[in-house]
Design a protein around this ligand. Structure first.
Ligand code: FES
Length: 110
C-alpha cells in the first residue's frame, strides 16, 4: 500500500486524481464513503474526465464520464446509465488509516 493523500485533501462530494503504479486513479469522497477507481471508462477504455479533478455529475451523486455521460455508483463503481450500463469501473484497493488514504496495487485493464 502507498500513502497518496489525506482525507482533508479531498473536499466532500468530490474527487481527485492521483498517479499510482503509473496509472491515473480517481479517489472519490461522498457521504462518508471513500473509494478509488482507475480513471478508465469501460465504454471506450479512455479517461473519464476532460477537466482536471472533474469526475462528478452536476448533483455530486455519481461519478460521471464526461465523454458520453455514463453515470457510475460511487460505492461500487457500477454503471447505472449510459452506453456502458451494466459494466463497472475498476476498483483500486483503498484503506483509510486515520486521516491518511492509502492505495493498493492497481490492476490494469486488459
Ligand atoms: S467513453 Fe465513457 S461513456 Fe463513452
Amino acid at each position: 500500500m502507498e500513502h497518496v493523500c489525506n482525507l482533508t485533501d479531498i473536499p466532500d462530494d468530490s474527487a481527485r486524481e492521483f498517479q499510482k503504479d503509473g496509472q491515473p486513479v480517481v479517489v472519490v469522497k461522498h457521504d462518508g464513503l471513500v473509494r478509488a477507481f482507475i480513471n478508465w471508462c469501460p465504454h471506450l477504455g479512455i479517461e473519464l474526465n476532460f477537466m482536471p479533478d472533474q469526475f462528478m455529475d452536476s448533483d455530486n451523486q455519481f461519478i460521471m464520464c464526461a465523454n458520453h455521460g455514463a453515470l457510475f455508483e460511487i460505492d461500487t463503481g457500477d454503471c447505472l446509465s449510459g452506453p456502458c450500463s451494466g459494466d463497472k469501473l475498476i476498483p483500486v484497493p483503498l484503506e483509510v488509516r486515520g486521516d491518511e488514504v492509502w492505495l493498493g496495487q492497481v490492476e490494469v485493464p486488459a
